[in-house]
Ligand binder design. Structure first.
Ligand SMILES: [Mn+2]
Length: 506
């Protein structure tokens, strides 16, 4: 569905979810401005038991001149629109939005599919905020978003709050929007300082007294009373300062599901991966190495786990996760021998390699993006990045580069990987975005690359000698490899292995 598809309705009512947050308000407001600009009759409203009282929402509404109306549930029951009802950041018929009578219904949302009601649905659970989806749809219509600062600020604030101040941000389109929006910095400054209310301070205090702790795996779980999702992040950040806690999940219940913040300060767990694990098949999750977040849909949770208590679920999942990996340290690992281990030769294909210090300052921080692969890095001396065809980036020092690769002056291959385009790097210093294409070189294998390999029958985490302390995950079906040349241990994803290696028949 496109925004212009809805122009057939002259009357458009945009409904935010009950207990609205900045994401639903910001998304609704941007849609309001769009349909207003198209000269339609538009109305922006929310319902539910509670009227908004939080300072940040009142500031947002006042300073950005958002014409957000409130309709009480009593009134909602007897209200019906002749035109279209468009629900944003929520789905018609779901538990978090008061039902309003409507002949035609459309939905724009980033939560997992709930009711599926309505002719017009656009649901993208992979996005960090509904604002991102609205921005994307406005761009599809070539609407000049950057000419409207109020709209830009509203969308920006929606993403900011839905991703815990960007710390749990995970989508590459979310980053696209953050980089592209033109915002009012004064208003954003004010909003940043009104994140919490006194009530939420209390909620945080109560929550911290009631933690669950697992000493074997050093994780903590906290369930909070209803509160803004940024309180979750705050408590989770606080927990990371506790000596005995290496991992934590802080969550609460919202109308239609559970919001969670995940943190890790141990090298053995990547929060981003853990968040995805905790929400797999029942929601969405992701983020960064140390901080991540997610959402679990109540409907999906209960259809899968029946009446299981959520805290019980997190306990089981966390322990299961901690026990499901074998840790492999490159420097001490004895590569197994035996019939399951076979010799292979890498099929020589061009590899794109870049030396980041050739265009970035050593010590500076950057965000590297390639399709879904997003990571924050610090630029270090004598490091090389190879763009692996599996769609991720391998980093290694100069000596490894020199022993495995030979630079060529070949042109970039037309089709390099399934991931479209080449990576970009965004500098934290000045926000500049560099395309790697201008600085990368096409390399070939230096001599035939021979390796022993073993198909993994369990999940592993490999800590490479040359890494920065972070692990490379290997899953059942992937291959654990050791190069013949220098005994380096590495992992090749299963599907990638099959197309890039042949048995060594000598
Ligand atoms: Mn949202």
């Amino acid at each position: 569905m496109k925004l212009s598809d809805l122009l057939v309705y002259n009357e458009i009512w945009i409904q935010c979810h009950d207990n609205p947050d900045p994401d639903t308000i910001g998304s609704g407001f941007a849609l309001y401005l769009y349909y207003k600009a198209m000269n339609h009759n538009v109305r922006l409203f929310y319902s539910g038991k509670n009227m908004i009282t939080k300072t940040n929402l009142l500031i947002m509404k006042d300073m950005l001149n958002i014409p957000l109306e409130y309709i009480s549930p009593e009134k909602a029951r007897v209200t019906e629109t002749e035109g279209l009802l468009l629900t944003v950041d929520c789905q018609y018929g779901a538990g978090n939005v008061t039902k309003i009578g409507a002949k035609h219904v459309a939905t724009i949302d980033h939560h997992p599919m709930e009711s599926g009601i309505g002719e017009n649905l656009r649901i993208c659970p992979e996005l960090g905020s509904c604002a991102t989806l609205v921005w994307k749809m406005l761009c599809e219509e070539k609407f000049p978003v950057s000419e409207n600062k109020a709209m830009g600020t509203a969308l920006y604030y929606g993403l900011y709050t839905d991703t815990n101040q960007f710390s749990e941000l995970f989508g590459s389109e979310d980053l696209d929007m953050r980089d592209a929006l033109v915002i009012d910095h004064k208003i954003m400054q004010k909003l940043r300082k009104t994140n919490l209310s006194l009530r939420e301070l209390e909620v945080a205090g109560i929550a911290m007294k009631n933690y669950f702790y697992n000493a074997q795996h050093r994780y903590a779980i906290i369930k909070t009373l209803p509160c803004d999702s940024n309180v979750l992040g705050l408590i989770a950040d606080f927990l990371m300062q506790v000596g005995e806690v290496d991992l934590c999940v802080v969550y609460n219940e919202v109308d239609d599901g559970y919001k969670l913040s995940v943190r890790s300060c141990t090298r053995e767990v990547n929060s981003n991966e853990l968040a995805a694990y905790l929400t797999r098949d029942i929601g969405t999750g992701g983020g960064h190495y140390e901080k991540a977040g997610g959402f679990i849909s109540k409907r999906l949770f209960y259809s899968r786990y029946r009446k299981m208590d959520t805290e019980e679920y997190f306990k089981i999942c966390l322990s299961e996760y901690c026990e499901s990996f074998e840790l492999i340290d490159d420097q001490t690992y004895e590569f197994p021998e035996g019939k399951d281990i076979k010799k292979y030769i890498h099929i020589d294909r061009p590899t794109i390699v870049v030396r980041p210090e050739s265009f970035l300052d050593i010590g500076s921080k950057v965000t590297l993006r390639w399709g879904k692969y997003i990571t924050d890095l610090e630029i270090v001396h004598d490091e090389y990045w190879a763009l692996e065809r599996g769609g991720y980036i391998q980093r290694f020092p100069r000596n490894v580069f020199n022993s495995f690769f030979e630079p060529t002056d070949e042109e970039f291959p037309d089709k390099y990987s399934d991931v479209p385009g080449l990576p970009t790097v965004r500098s934290w210093n000045d926000g500049r975005v560099y395309s790697i294409a201008g600085y990368a070189v096409v390399c070939r294998d230096k001599g035939p690359l021979k390796a022993r390999g073993m198909k993994l029958t369990r999940n592993v985490k490999l800590f490479p000698e040359w890494g920065d302390g972070r692990y490379i995950p290997g899953y059942t079906g992937d291959y654990l490899m050791m190069s013949e040349k220098d005994k380096t241990i590495f992992i090749e994803p299963g599907n990638f292995f099959e197309t890039n290696y042949v048995p060594d028949e000598e």
